[in-house]
Design a protein around this ligand. Structure first.
Ligand SMILES: Nc1ncnc2c1ncn2[C@@H]1O[C@H](COP(=O)(O)OP(=O)(O)OP(=O)(O)O)[C@@H](O)[C@H]1O
Length: 399
């Protein structure tokens, strides 16, 4: 059975330093929610608080209607998968998977090695546990490795043991802390689908921690972006990509990251980019404004089949390409600000450019103004009405 999870103003301090700032979050029963953010932002701490493995100074944690703030980890209907897998090296795969059931169902003397076997009633309980372990092992294709030790397994197999150990408890909530980060790229993609299938099969609530935004975007029904101990934005992967409310979210979601040009608009000289005047729909005296646009929204003006009305155009100095397959990334630099700019274009377009010769220092890039994001000096998104005002081309051009 799945359970909803509610965090109410959860705050955590380590050595007097605030790690979590009154975090509140509602996760529906059966949802797959991912906590994503850079290293050290507090994701694992939040997950460990939900698991009951870390105490916190203030705020409450609910599972369903139950306030579990004071409940010990063993009484919470959760299973956690750790980044390191945390397998017992001296135990076999079967023993590792059986551990949560043995702890829950067998009295302490019945768990003793050798002597425990003679504890009244323990034989039947052990048989039942063995059956459940075999059933779970079969679900994650570990049935032939039940007698191996963790040191004899590959990274992917160890990860499966950790998942099987979490599954055997049949928890209401799965908590996963970067479970794929120790795997190579190919296995990571494969295990990603297995985790998605596990979520579907169990119908349980999943709370998943990663710093990998691709994992977050592909697995989750909703993503919470955590920065500096705060949840900056929660939404569907698509909403975070298309409608970031904060410059940190805009930069974090999307690969390669969003291009940002910093414009200064003072009352005397109007808008400028690193001292060079530019014509942009920025009110004089607006101060510092960040103009964001995604690499896939940038096109090469010379190759455009149709002009974009009111396109924002600027010159760029080409530096290098990275071929991805059908598309390539064009790494450029704005000539005045030296800010890096990345454009994504079909490889065929780049070949067309190359065929013209001597193109690299006279590249004109353009963006549809409807595909731009505007942020104020503090990094908050400026309302769309502002971005929709008339856009004029940047007049400074490489001839
Ligand atoms: N036991 C601890 N004692 C002191 N400080 C800690 C402890 N655990 C975490 N911290 C600090 O709290 C902050 C958040 O750590 P946390 O592990 O939650 O971050 P994270 O977002 O999961 O990072 P990562 O992706 O690198 O695992 C970090 O600055 C970390 O150094």
């Amino acid at each position: 059975m799945a359970a909803s999870v509610r965090l109410e103003q959860v705050a955590k301090y380590y050595a007097g330093k605030r790690t979590l700032h009154e975090v509140s979050l509602d996760i529906a029963a059966g949802e797959f929610l991912t906590l994503v953010g850079p290293s050290g932002c507090g994701k694992s701490t939040l997950l460990r608080i939900i698991a009951g493995l870390t105490t916190h100074e203030s705020g409450r944690v609910y599972m369903g209607d139950r306030d579990i703030t004071a409940s010990p980890a063993s009484e919470r209907p959760v299973s956690m998968v750790f980044q390191s897998y945390a397998l017992y090296p001296h135990m076999t795969v079967a023993q590792n998977i059986a551990t949560p059931l043995r702890m829950k169902r067998l009295p302490a003397p019945a768990r003793w090695p050798l002597l425990g076997r003679f504890w009244p009633g323990s034989r039947k309980l052990r048989q039942q546990i063995d059956q459940e372990v075999s059933a779970v092992a079969a679900q994650v294709q570990l049935q032939n490795l039940l007698h191996s030790r963790p040191s004899q397994l590959s990274g992917g197999q160890r990860q499966r043991v950790a998942v099987a150990r979490a599954m055997v408890k049949q928890p209401d909530v799965f908590l996963m802390d970067e479970p794929l980060s120790n795997l190579d790229a190919r296995l990571r993609v494969h295990m990603r689908s297995e985790i998605a299938a596990l979520h579907q099969r169990t119908g349980a609530t999943f709370i998943y921690v990663t710093h990998d935004q691709v994992e977050a975007m592909t697995l989750s029904s909703r993503v919470a972006v955590v920065m500096d101990g705060q949840i900056v934005q929660v939404g569907t992967p698509r909403a975070l990509y298309e409608d970031p409310q904060d410059i940190r979210v805009a930069r974090f979601i999307g690969s390669p990251e969003m291009n940002i040009l910093t414009i200064t608009a003072n009352a005397q000289h109007g808008a400028s980019l690193d001292g060079e005047p530019v014509q942009l729909p920025v009110p004089a005296g607006a101060g510092v404004i960040h103009l964001g646009f995604r690499p896939e929204s940038v096109s090469i003006a010379d190759l455009a089949s149709r002009p974009i009305p009111n396109a924002i155009r600027f010159s760029a100095i080409f530096e290098r390409t990275e071929v991805l397959g059908h598309d390539a990334l064009l790494f450029c630099r704005h000539p005045h600000s030296n800010e890096p700019l990345v454009a994504r274009a079909p490889v065929a377009d780049i070949d067309r450019l190359r065929a013209r010769g001597n193109w690299s220092d006279r590249l004109i890039l353009q963006i549809n103004p409807a595909q731009t994001f505007w942020f104020d000096a503090q990094g908050s998104r400026i309302p769309p009405a502002y971005a929709r005002c008339e856009v004029l081309p940047i007049h400074k051009r490489v001839s």
